[in-house]
Design a protein around this ligand. Structure first.
Ligand code: ATP
Ligand code: TYD
Length: 239
């Protein structure tokens, strides 16, 4: 497969057309950003770790009945995916209170959220990704009521599957963000599932194992991404 012209470049990934219909190549770059792009760096090999973990999870989810955009890796930072019309929703699943929900609401950090919470933001950098509710989502015609129900069901199933794999490695899945897209009538999981889009805590030490290390300068980001990627991808495919 040949990489063609650039379709889109975001904060951490670039997306390219290919010579094959309905296939795109996603390049996981070494750029890392936080706080709406207010903090930015380039960290060597960061793209590889995120791509490797994303590929591992997409493969695992597919084997467990979740439809994803993933086809294959071309090299450690180029992923071949199904071309989707992305739905501008950031679907966040939370098992433990942390991050914005603690900043914006009177939850105490570390409180178990059982059942897990689903929070959906509108993906729009200019508006700083405001939180939506079901009525706004439907009124904006971003998805139909049936699609919204399906997206929430799939998000909870993804949470169950990822939590189990991570727990087997001694890692708590605190929260994560996923994005969905359409091809025709079908909805697929797109984008990435990586240390940039999940919040992970070591079950024994409580140590952060994700982008919070970069956000709050908690340690050597690349050493932690490397270690976590090894822990996750060496975990085998069965929880
Ligand atoms: P954010 O960091 O808030 O997610 P971004 O747009 O800067 O925003 P990047 O990850 O750098 O994010 O860019 C990747 C872009 O590619 C995103 O806009 C994402 O929605 C889009 N994308 C992901 N998977 C697919 C796909 N299968 N088909 C088409 N576009 C996709
Ligand atoms: P959240 O607590 O809302 O924001 P912050 O990370 O600023 O405290 O994030 C919840 C989870 O979703 C966290 O694991 C990071 C991920 N996420 C993204 O990957 N991209 C986003 O744009 C947002 C808002 C969250």
């Amino acid at each position: 497969m040949k990489q063609k012209n650039l379709l889109y470049t975001g904060k951490a990934k670039s997306v390219y057309h290919t010579d094959t219909k309905d296939r795109l190549i996603v390049e996981f770059r070494d750029d890392i950003t936080a706080f709406d792009g207010g903090k930015k760096d380039v960290l060597k090999n960061k793209g590889n770790y995120n791509a490797g973990v994303s590929a591992f999870f997409f493969d695992y989810l597919e084997k467990n009945g979740v439809k994803t955009h993933f086809f294959t890796m071309l090299d450690p930072h180029h992923m071949v995916v199904r071309k989707l019309e992305m739905i501008p929703l950031e679907v966040i699943v939370r098992n433990v209170a942390a991050g914005s929900i603690v900043r914006n609401y009177p939850f105490r950090e570390g409180t178990l959220l059982d059942p897990p919470l689903i929070v959906i933001d509108y993906k729009d950098d200019a508006r700083h990704d405001p939180m939506l509710n079901d009525e706004i989502i439907i009124a904006l015609k971003l998805v139909t009521p049936a699609e919204l129900k399906k997206i929430k069901k799939v998000a909870l199933e993804i949470n169950r599957l990822l939590s189990a794999v991570l727990a087997a490695q001694g890692i708590t899945l605190v929260d994560f963000k996923i994005e969905f897209g359409r091809q025709g009538k079908m909805i697929y999981l797109g984008d990435e599932i990586s240390m940039d889009s999940m919040r992970l805590w070591d079950k024994k030490t409580g140590e952060s194992l994700d982008k919070d290390v970069y956000r709050f300068e908690k340690g050597d980001v690349m050493a932690i991404y490397n270690r976590v990627a090894q822990r996750i991808t060496k975990s085998g495919k069965k929880p």
